[in-house]
Design a protein around this ligand. Structure first.
Ligand code: GAP
Length: 516
């Protein structure tokens, strides 16, 4: 199936099974804003717990914080967001569609990379084991021509971006005849800077109001509370502050479902370290965070680092952890060595000292910061993309059937087990209800007695329930039930009194955390 179709199926599956709905749907939706349904909210909460526990529970030098969304407007001046949190936008005069100029150029470059990848794939098939990719890249004329084009455009692009040369960006689009995908023309406006922060007014007009922003990242709430937490928690460097919360960005191009939203959630951790040790800590957090992803078991090769070569002015190292989505490798998390930029700026703008007294060194300094920053919604999309399968099943009579299954890691699954009486009579529903009543104190359980047992299994497969407990006539005789495993579809007979222990061992977050 084409990757585009895979993605379309994923989006409709999320809606059909109560994971994600378009926001304000009965009013035709609100662009790039989504609501999480009954299963979506459970998965989201489980993702957040996995992150929170891996930070705050497993590290005795990391503590949590929940800072307000509204903050003093000067914070955003100090952080650089008022002046520099911009995207370069361009409009097509014929289609009236708006684009990010940088994205148009990056997508143009991607086409050449795809051409190179195709050439390499064809050659690999032709030459088999004897294929030498490095040599092929150095000698194949088509690859060399495409690579030369990439290098030429990239050099101009990088220069224009670094010098904030908006006319230069437009000229790259014109010179390369990059057209609007809707109108097919290159009738473009000038490129303008567009600030991504949402602003609103605080206070009534009568008493005077002031402009405040909806935070575009949670990190600044951590920076401005750095000394509050350090002093009240008697924290010693190195230490971290972790926070989960909403962030808002007025994205120009909001596409790909919940990948790029205007209202989203971040899980950020700022790690405060001695100046000079930040690059060691940067490497440390790169490793730790990659392990966190890989522990989920979706395949090590589906993740990669993308180290930044163009660094923001405040960073001395930065990388993205990318996951292989149906639309290619894309960033899920950013890890940044932010130097002492933010704390120094807040010290300057607030006039308050942002220094830490280091008892071991006997001196005060502004700590350096390594940040890990991941989007909850993007992680959610990663997990759904990795877990959703359409499987062909061979039946005993030789015919085949398909099932849609979400192979979510048990700990993340919204419903841990479904309890299903085989038939709606002979006292089986009563036993099933009693099991649910006992187990609901431990796990998220669901009772279902509608339709055939096969259809009920399929419903649970589609929402990702890892275990189904079936009560049948043998239960009446010996107090045993069957556990059906979602992924293998195998069944096992166990005593009702064993259920809590068996399921608990399988769905507990502990085994996941122990892999870190
Ligand atoms: N404090 C650093 C920071 O905010 P970022 O790279 O802009 O860095 C971090 O964002 C993460 O937040 C990204 O890796 C992504 O997972 C998520 N994110 C950023 N913008 C987003 C958007 N518009 N929609 C959904 N997630 C987003």
């Amino acid at each position: 199936m084409a990757q585009e179709d895979v993605f379309k199926k994923l989006v409709s599956h999320c809606k059909e099974y109560g994971y994600v709905f378009p926001s304000s749907e009965i009013y035709d939706g609100l662009s790039a804003v989504y609501d999480y349904g009954q299963y979506g909210v459970e998965l989201k909460n489980n993702i957040k717990k996995y992150w929170w526990d891996s930070m705050v529970l497993l590290n005795d030098n990391i503590v949590g914080l929940d800072s307000a969304i509204f903050m003093h407007p000067t914070i955003w001046k100090a952080s650089g967001h008022v002046d520099a949190f911009n995207d370069p936008l361009i409009d097509n005069k014929d289609s009236k569609k708006r684009y990010r100029a940088d994205m148009l150029i990056e997508e143009y470059l991607l086409k050449f990379e795809e051409k190179i990848a195709k050439e390499i794939e064809k050659a690999r098939e032709r030459f088999g084991n004897a294929f030498d990719e490095k040599k092929f890249r150095e000698t194949n004329q088509r690859v060399l021509a495409n690579q030369a084009k990439i290098d030429e455009v990239e050099a101009r692009y990088s220069k224009a971006m670094n010098s904030n040369d908006l006319a230069g960006l437009r000229q790259i689009i014109i010179d390369n005849e990059i057209v609007c995908p809707v109108s097919g023309t290159w009738n473009w406006t000038d490129v303008r800077q567009f600030n991504l922060m949402f602003a609103t007014e605080m206070g009534s007009t009568a008493e005077g109001s002031s402009k405040v922003y909806l935070r575009p990242e949670t990190a600044q709430g951590i920076f401005v509370n750095f000394l509050n937490v350090q002093k009240t928690g008697r924290m010693k460097i190195p230490f971290g502050i972790a926070q989960i919360g909403k962030a808002f960005r007025n994205e120009i191009v909001a596409r790909q479902f919940i990948f790029r939203m205007r209202e989203f959630e971040q899980m950020e951790m700022q790690f405060f370290v001695r100046p000079g040790s930040e690059l060691d800590w940067f490497r440390h957090w790169k490793e730790v965070r990659m392990r966190w992803f890989r522990a989920l078991g979706f395949g090590d090769d589906n993740y990669r680092f993308h180290d930044h070569t163009k660094l923001a002015h405040y960073a001395n190292a930065a990388t993205d952890i990318e996951y292989k989505f149906p639309f290619g490798f894309k960033e899920v998390e950013g890890i940044h060595s932010r130097t002492d930029f933010d704390l120094r700026q807040h010290q300057e703008y607030s006039g308050k000292k942002m220094q830490y007294f280091d008892p071991e060194k006997g001196e005060s300094y502004i700590p350096f910061v390594v940040e890990t920053s991941i989007g909850v919604d993007r992680m959610f999309l990663h997990i759904i993309s990795a877990a959703l399968y359409e499987e062909e099943l061979k039946k005993e009579d030789g015919s085949s059937d398909t099932r849609v299954v979400m192979r979510l890691p048990s700990f993340l699954a919204p419903v841990k087990l479904a309890v299903l009486p085989l038939v709606k009579k002979d006292g089986l529903p009563g036993i099933a209800e009693k099991i649910v009543h006992d187990l609901k104190f431990h796990f998220n359980c669901q009772y279902d007695d509608k339709d055939s047992i096969g259809r009920r299994y399929r419903r649970q497969d589609a929402i990702g329930t890892p275990y189904c407990i079936t009560i049948d006539h043998q239960t009446l005789e010996d107090n045993t039930v069957t556990i059906r495993y979602r992924d293998s579809m195998e069944q096992e007979r166990v005593g009702i009194n064993q259920l809590t222990d068996i399921i608990d061992e399988k769905v507990s977050i502990n085994s996941l955390l122990k892999r870190l």
